[in-house]
Design a protein around this ligand. Structure first.
Ligand SMILES: Cc1ncc(COP(=O)(O)O)c(C=O)c1O
Length: 409
């Protein structure tokens, strides 16, 4: 018998399966109402249009679409992404865009080109668990930045930057953060852009949810603000912006992108060549065929916004009615998640065990936090995936579980 455990590389000790994915397995029973995953609503996938797009691509450009292609990505798709990210004077060249296999791959490859063992990296606390899974094997020193209802507490950055060894990089989700659903205000974005420029700090702006806004004002990206702060009108600064079609089209196609300065794109291309040569040609062609119809994409995003807005509102209303007053939660203006904070003596993993007995699931917050024991009394709820009647039923049951747990404590 092979003893594989003694053979795995040391860096694998830093990796563990995502708790979210393990819970999703537990809750695969059809009777479970799950608020656990970050899944879009499958009933809204534009399946018929994707089918037509695939037909068109195969009929008109089949040989190209099924062939190996360049690592940078399909030129037309890069141009389309560059155009979608440009605004007014701020113009992005397709050369600044690399197509990736989902934005997860972009986040992963950025670490591989920039981070060495022991590097200090600033992250919001809590932050995206998929980034932590990818970056932890580099044995980094994470500097957690506290957050409140307006996103990262930007006023704390300067003191952190001036304490101890220099920081190599910062990672954040400024818009509709995962897990909290909160967003950086315009004032904080401007302060952040100013700090990035003054400290020449590389910054990963992870933005899978930016287009899913249901209320409040549209915000400029940190990518734009950082360029404006330097008096530039293009991508030649410290921001590496990661985007994706996963939440506005479908995650199954695995099409994401990075917009970054040319030297960064050059290094990312080298890593991507080593990783998977290039993103699926067929999926890039299909995504382009869909997205080049601007009306189609705009109308589809409008439908998603309308349905997700209703689901968010219904979840918040049901929580207002059924959750005990000792429990607090965020009120996101967009995205897919909100975060619940229990009184400190309650443990969200215990609550999950009780909730699963009532066929309701969510993700305990601890895994999103840097710092031992932090976030034990928090959990994340997804509001995009469950249908309206399931939201009411699931949240009502969860309210009962919470009331019983509080009474027993
Ligand atoms: C903050 C954040 N970044 C990246 C991703 C990865 O998305 P994808 O690889 O599907 O583009 C997710 C997915 O949930 C996410 O929440």
């Amino acid at each position: 018998m092979m003893n594989w455990d003694s053979l795995f590389a040391t860096r694998m000790q830093q990796m563990k399966r995502s708790t979210v994915r393990e819970i999703l397995k537990l809750t695969a029973r059809p009777e479970v109402i799950s608020f656990a995953g970050g899944l879009p609503a499958p009933e809204l996938f534009p399946i018929q249009r994707i089918r037509e797009a695939a037909d068109t691509v195969l009929a008109e450009r089949g040989q190209e679409a099924l062939q190996y292609s360049t690592t940078e990505g399909m030129p037309e798709l890069r141009a389309l992404i560059a155009k979608r990210l440009s605004a007014g004077k701020f113009q992005i060249s397709p050369d600044n865009i690399l197509i990736t296999s989902g934005s997860q791959q972009a986040v992963d490859m950025i670490a591989r080109i920039l981070l060495d063992e022991g590097d200090r990296v600033m992250v919001e606390n809590p932050t995206y668990v998929g980034m932590l899974t990818s970056w932890k094997p580099f044995h980094l020193r994470f500097s957690p930045v506290p957050t409140d209802d307006d996103g990262m507490c930007v006023d704390e950055l300067e003191a952190l930057l001036e304490s101890g060894d220099p920081h190599k990089m910062m990672y954040a989700i400024p818009t509709f953060q995962n897990p909290q659903g909160t967003s950086l205000t315009l004032e904080r974005r401007e302060k952040l852009a100013d700090i990035l420029v003054r400290h020449n700090l590389p910054f990963v702006e992870d933005d899978p949810y930016g287009e899913l806004r249901y209320s409040g004002e549209e915000m400029p990206t940190v990518l734009q603000l950082e360029a404006a702060r330097r008096g530039s009108t293009t991508v030649d600064g410290s921001v590496m912006y990661c985007g994706t079609f996963s939440k506005i089209l479908t995650p199954g196609l695995r099409i994401g992108w990075v917009a970054a300065a040319l030297p960064v794109i050059d290094k990312l291309v080298q890593v991507k060549q080593a990783t998977d040569l290039h993103t699926s040609t067929l999926n890039q062609f299909i995504s382009y065929e869909m997205a080049r119809d601007e009306d189609l994409l705009r109308d589809h995003v409008t439908v998603l916004r309308d349905v997700y807005r209703q689901r968010r509102d219904l979840m918040l209303k049901t929580m207002d009615e059924h959750f005990p007053s000792e429990v607090k939660w965020t009120r996101p203006e967009g995205g897919l998640f909100l975060m619940v904070t229990l009184p400190p003596h309650l443990d969200a993993t215990d609550i999950l065990q009780r909730a699963i007995k009532r066929d309701v699931a969510f993700v305990p917050g601890e895994g999103f936090y840097i710092g031992d024991g932090m976030g034990k009394n928090t959990f994340r709820l997804n509001f995009s995936n469950a249908r309206e009647e399931m939201i009411v039923e699931g949240i009502t049951r969860l309210g009962e579980v919470l009331k019983a747990a509080l009474k027993a404590s």
